[in-house]
Design a protein around this ligand. Structure first.
Ligand code: PBG
Ligand code: ZN
Length: 324
């Protein structure tokens, strides 16, 4: 197959031909939409760095959950902004905590919508770290006790799927054990298996009000240059019976998505994080890029890299384009 007998352009000549040889697809079923649930009433506050994304009180969350379901998006992932924060993040595992109330409200109004809860402590602690602080750092094993309590209380409230994002060692096994011991053996765990200490989370921390009050997250989240460590992290979570593996962020880590796809046979999730969303929105607002096209190209790129599912703030816009 050499030029001039072989010409690669032949199969790109018309839209019909391009459709016929297309290799990867973004589907509405691939999308998971993140939402920020805030304590209070009639709150709907747009996050300045994330146009179109809001901190909302429960009645608005429920209304948006209905819209998401009507668009055909199968799932949402919830983050909570509690009324009060404290060193042990008590709202995270309280029966009447912000997430527990939100899950109950969504499941009552839109039972077919799959509700995923993010399990972590940083939205609930006054210091903003993802666990219990001891001697100036997050204590792994003490944090596991809180995370398992949080996961169990989410399941009790009706969560369909539990997604731990804290990066403590041993948390998938600990959560699996507590779920199984409490009649929740049918609830899957989606592990944020490979989560890097990333500057791309900046806008999210405004949205969730979860910026660490001292230091950073580098003693528990991964160092961006590392690849083999990502494979070790994923391997551990597979051994601990995770049902889904996640790579986060997505855009600067497409190689890691491909690596995990080739080595593991669990469904693979890409988290198209807040900073990735904000960059597209900001450049589009300036008229520097075509926002819709960059969004679709980015999302299908994640599929091509190996993602089966994508958590994305673009989910509603992408679903509308996929419907039309
Ligand atoms: C909480 C959590 C974070 C994100 C998801 N879960 C922030 C962080 O670790 O600081 C980031 C999501 C995003 O940027 O969209 N641990
Ligand atoms: Zn956290």
């Amino acid at each position: 197959m050499f030029f001039p007998e072989y010409r690669a352009r032949r199969t790109r000549r018309t839209d019909t031909l391009r459709r016929m040889v297309r290799e990867n697809f973004l589907r509405i079923d691939d999308l998971i939409y993140p939402m920020f649930s805030a304590f209070g009433e009639n709150i709907r506050k747009e996050i300045p760095s994330m146009p179109g994304i809001y901190q909302q009180s429960i009645e608005h969350i429920v209304a948006e959950a209905k819209e998401v379901h009507e668009l055909g998006i199968p799932a949402v992932i919830l983050f909570g902004i509690p009324e009060e924060k404290d060193p042990l993040g008590q709202d995270a595992y309280c029966e009447t905590g912000i997430i527990q109330e939100t899950v109950r409200a969504i499941k009552a109004a839109v039972p077919e919508l799959l509700v995923i809860t993010d399990v972590c402590m940083c939205e609930y602690t006054d210091h903003g770290h993802c666990g219990v602080i001891k001697d100036g750092d997050v204590d792994n094993d003490e944090t596991l006790k809180l995370l398992t309590a949080e996961a169990l209380s989410h399941a009790r409230a009706g969560a369909d799927l539990i997604a731990p994002s804290d990066m403590m060692d041993g948390r998938v096994a600990a959560i699996r054990e507590v779920l199984d011991a409490n009649q929740f053996s049918h609830i899957p765990v989606m592990s944020y298996a490979v989560k890097y200490a990333s500057a791309y989370y900046g806008p999210f921390r405004d949205a969730a009000d979860s910026t660490p009050q001292f230091g950073d997250r580098r003693s528990y989240q991964m160092d961006p240059p590392n690849r083999l460590e990502a494979l070790r992290e994923a391997e551990l979570d597979v051994q601990e019976c995770a049902d889904f593996l996640m790579v986060k962020p997505a855009l600067a880590y497409l190689d890691i998505l491909r690596d995990l796809k080739e080595r593991f046979n669990l469904p693979l999730v890409a988290y198209n994080v807040s900073g990735e969303y904000s960059m597209v929105k900001a450049a589009a607002a300036k008229g520097w890029i075509d926002g819709d096209r960059v969004m679709m190209e980015t999302l299908v790129g994640m599929k091509r890299a190996g993602a089966d599912l994508i958590i994305t703030y673009h989910a509603k816009e992408a679903a509308r384009l996929l419907q039309s």
